[in-house]
Design a protein around this ligand. Structure first.
Ligand SMILES: NC(=O)C1=CN([C@@H]2O[C@H](COP(=O)(O)OP(=O)(O)OC[C@H]3O[C@@H](n4cnc5c(N)ncnc54)[C@H](OP(=O)(O)O)[C@@H]3O)[C@@H](O)[C@H]2O)C=CC1
Ligand SMILES: N[C@@H](C[C@H]1CC(C(=O)O)=NO1)C(=O)O
Length: 320
């Protein structure tokens, strides 16, 4: 079996997680990290990991089989995924649910020109949770689906806040609304929106002169915050570094209903994550394997988690 040669694009929480996850794969090797910063400013986890400038990417097409894109969904991936799938098989974790279909079309259009595979919006939500929502609806056709996240740190929302001008550090915690959560377990409230089910709490480090503008920009941010009850706390850098370094998260998908007239069936998938980015990166690495295998089989174009057989994710498909 060929060793799959991986490149990581973007070195933040997810990029670091990908570097660690690749180390655990016997069928993969990390060729290098590509960053928009000066390579000397980026300290990889492993000292023998090469760091290159993003602009050098076009020179590695014969040395890399798949790129794992670890940029932010707020603004990086909409530009990077269509751009890089013209040269490489890619995987991304694009998670702005309101824009996933547009992203799929943009990657599809670019991938048909290059004959590469672009796996988009994988991770856990979108990703594993999406797969379980669909599977629940298929096997329990007459019922309702409930998705809850947290309480925990959303990387997508945290990254989106960090992109607001003047924000020096930021995290966002997603908090499920307790009574809605309890009713969901009784199968009540399937038609509620994510904003009916959760509140969002941000902790931000910035200059005081920018507080009012930053709070307003966060609360009105389309898709990520506008639909939600959102609280913004401004704290000192010292407090941030002391209290907000953990990235725990998790949640669950419940599907409950009837498979025939007289029964009550319940289907549940849950995650409890000590590190959101390290878990997500491990999912991305599995989909990098699938992107490579699909392309080897002659597949091209944009793919989501719904399009990819589980066997393509496995390092040992003969054993499953
Ligand atoms: N589908 C899913 O289930 C999930 C999706 N995600 C997605 O992953 C995305 C990335 O999350 P995360 O890794 O936490 O985001 P980060 O903010 O840590 O990193 C995003 C990018 O910012 C740049 N960056 C990182 N650190 C610094 C720094 N100190 N100074 C300047 N630039 C920096 C990096 O690019 P560069 O190296 O080029 O500078 C990096 O790729 C999220 O936006 C989210 O959408 C996350 C979890 C789950
Ligand atoms: N994409 C999310 C993964 C989950 C968590 C989440 C939320 O807390 O809103 N939505 O989906 C992330 O970036 O962490």
């Amino acid at each position: 079996n060929k060793i799959i040669r991986i490149g990581i694009v973007g070195y933040g929480n997810l990029g670091r997680g990908a570097e660690l996850a690749i180390e655990k794969q016997s069928d993969m090797t990390l060729v290098g990290i590509f960053t928009r910063r000066a390579p000397s400013d980026v300290q990889p986890v492993f000292t023998n990991t090469h760091v290159y400038a993003y602009e050098e990417l076009s020179q590695y097409q014969d040395k890399i089989d798949v790129l794992i894109l670890c940029g932010g969904s707020a603004s990086d991936l909409p530009q990077m995924s269509p751009e890089l799938v013209t040269m490489y098989n890619i995987v991304d974790s694009f998670d702005n649910h309101a824009k996933i279909v547009d992203h799929l079309h943009h990657v599809q259009e670019a991938a048909t020109k290059s004959g590469k595979v672009g796996v988009i919006s994988v991770g856990w939500d979108p990703g594993l949770f999406s797969m379980n929502r669909v599977l629940g609806e298929i096997v329990i056709p007459d019922g309702g689906t409930h998705t809850f996240w947290g309480e925990g740190l959303s990387q997508g929302h945290s990254e989106a806040v960090r992109r607001v001008t003047g924000v020096k550090h930021a995290v966002q915690y997603t908090v499920p609304i307790e009574d809605v959560l309890e009713k969901a377990r009784e199968g009540i409230g399937a038609d509620l929106s994510a904003a009916d089910r959760h509140k969002r709490v941000c902790y931000v480090v910035a200059d005081e002169k920018d507080y009012e503008r930053i709070e307003q920009e966060i609360k009105t941010m389309p898709d990520y915050f506008a639909p939600y009850e959102t609280t913004v706390h401004f704290i000192s850098e010292a407090q941030f570094l002391k209290d907000h370094q953990k990235m725990k998260h998790g949640g669950f998908v419940i599907r409950s209903g009837n498979t025939s007239s007289e029964n009550k069936q319940a289907y549940e998938f849950s995650l409890a994550l000590d590190s959101n980015p390290k878990f997500t990166a491990s999912v991305l690495v599995a989909y990098a394997r699938a992107a490579f295998k699909l392309n080897q089989f002659g597949e091209t174009g944009a793919k989501t988690a719904f399009d990819i057989p589980l066997s393509f994710l496995s390092p040992n498909p003969e054993k499953i």
